[in-house]
Design a protein around this ligand. Structure first.
Ligand code: NAP
Length: 432
């Protein structure tokens, strides 16, 4: 049998995908039955590293998604449009879809999966989170017997590379960003990575799969790494932490209607924590469930080959179903997505977490006492208070709190700002 693929996009991931599909030797024999029939791109003028027969590459994406010969459309365009429209059109034509596009799934997943379920087709997305790391199928299938309680990940390689360079080489944020761009780890427009938006897309997808409910992308609290300074990285190191951009989804309250925390922010991670040692462009996702306990998925979170490995595994899954001839309108619930309800999210002010804060103060007696009193007024208890150094005749004081309600901590900070001895609060970070 031959299964025809319509590839939308022949960029970094598209090339990697075509390379695997064109060189099946030594890989799963299913690949021998898969043919790249049409490839959609923006420009026919570009030089491509792979030569295809005339007519295979086209700029007419609609012709691909409506071609009756094509069984599976693989969307590797990126961005929201025309990706969303092409996916919906392919579904409408009864085609299965494989995508690596977290942005489109995080924002339009409800519309896409409703359409796919109506049409009785699969939309698989292993490559959309963690690049080459298998995490979507494990969450849906291998861990399916567990009650998932938390998913915490380093899911953006660019920011992890920047923070690693700031930690190990003492580079400041802008130099580390330029280096990441130079090495091809960061886009010229790095906003989606640096401001945490990419990580927020990914945790929205993981939370939806892990907790079995729809997630509204805009309900993910999101802070990027622009304000992380080498000063804080050095203080964190002295206190036994490294700073990582974490994407966190966890059960906040086990009431009848489950309430989730969903957030992305730079976080002080204890050096002994498994995520602390994840360096460079690597990704890792720590999943906790009952009765499993903890399991960590680690590996290359991006790149042509690793991401293509995930894309092709999805194509093979669909081909295996088509080949076994048992594809009916009834979809396999372990591969499809049928969530109906939107999950409830804890507002950020109501979460309980630990904080790190750095203060520049007058170097006079009683400053620490005043700080402690203001925090005490709002039930914020301090785990440690350290006066580490001096900066231009001001004392630099760092505090780490016990678990506190974020709203109380913020109100306490408002009071601290009014203290005559406090000159500024250069940084406030959460602690895992
Ligand atoms: P890319 O290198 O920018 O390639 C995009 C491809 O899509 C190009 O071939 C481009 O055509 C084509 N394209 C874009 N807009 C188009 C349009 N309007 N009409 C026709 N063709 C269009 O992107 P990528 O890095 O491969 O990423 C693809 C997807 O994979 C994205 O959703 C991304 O988030 C996801 N992903 C990427 C990685 C990674 O490591 N790169 C990892 C995980 C997930 P031209 O070649 O003619 O410009």
């Amino acid at each position: 049998m031959v299964f025809k693929i319509g590839l939308l996009g022949l960029g970094t991931v598209g090339i990697g995908t075509a390379q695997i599909l064109l060189d099946s030797s030594g890989r799963n024999p299913l690949l021998e039955e898969i043919v790249v029939s049409q490839i959609g791109v923006r420009s026919l003028e570009k030089t491509r590293p792979i030569k295809f027969p005339p007519g295979v590459i086209t700029t007419d994406l609609v012709a691909i998604v409506t071609d009756p010969e094509i069984n599976i459309v693989v969307e590797l365009l990126g961005g929201l449009e025309p990706a969303r429209t092409m996916i919906l059109q392919a579904i409408d034509q009864g085609k299965h879809v494989v995508t690596a596009n977290k942005a489109v799934i995080a924002r339009h997943g409800d519309e896409i999966y409703e359409a796919a379920n109506r049409a009785g087709v699969y939309v698989l997305l292993e490559a959309s989170v963690g690049g080459g790391i298998p995490i979507i199928k494990p969450l849906k299938q291998s861990l399916g017997a567990n009650r998932i309680t938390s998913i915490i990940g380093i899911v953006n390689g660019t920011t992890n590379y920047i923070l690693t360079q700031m930690t190990t080489a003492g580079a400041d944020f802008s130099d580390a960003l330029v280096e990441a761009q130079h090495l091809g780890y960061a886009e010229a427009d790095s906003t989606a990575d640096v401001d945490g938006l990419d990580a927020a897309d990914k945790i929205a997808i993981l939370a939806s799969l892990g907790f079995g409910e729809r997630v509204q992308r805009e309900s993910v609290y999101c802070e990027g790494i622009r304000k992380v300074s080498t000063v804080d990285i050095a203080y964190a190191d002295k206190l036994g932490f490294v700073i990582k951009l974490l994407a966190i989804a966890k059960i906040s309250e086990k009431t009848e209607s489950r309430i989730l925390q969903l957030r992305v922010h730079p976080t002080l991670v204890p050096k002994s924590h498994p995520l602390a040692s994840v360096e460079g462009v690597n990704n890792a996702i720590l999943v906790e469930g009952d009765p499993l306990g903890q399991v960590m998925f680690y590996g290359p979170g991006a790149g042509s080959g690793p991401t293509a490995s995930a894309v092709v595994s999805d194509i093979m899954n669909i081909v295996a179903i088509l080949k076994s001839n048992n594809h009916t309108q009834t979809l396999n619930p372990l591969l499809s997505c049928t969530h109906q309800h939107y999950c409830q999210i804890t507002p950020i002010e109501a979460i309980e977490t630990r904080f790190y804060a750095r203060f520049l103060t007058k170097d006079v007696p009683g400053v620490i006492g005043n700080l402690g009193r203001s925090f005490g007024n709002y039930q914020v208890s301090l785990e440690s208070v350290v006066q580490i150094g001096f900066k231009e005749e001001l004392a630099e004081i760092v505090v780490v709190t016990h678990y506190v309600c974020e709203g109380n901590f913020r109100t306490a900070l408002d009071e601290v700002r009014t203290l005559e001895t406090i000159k500024s609060i250069p940084s406030v970070l959460r602690v895992l």
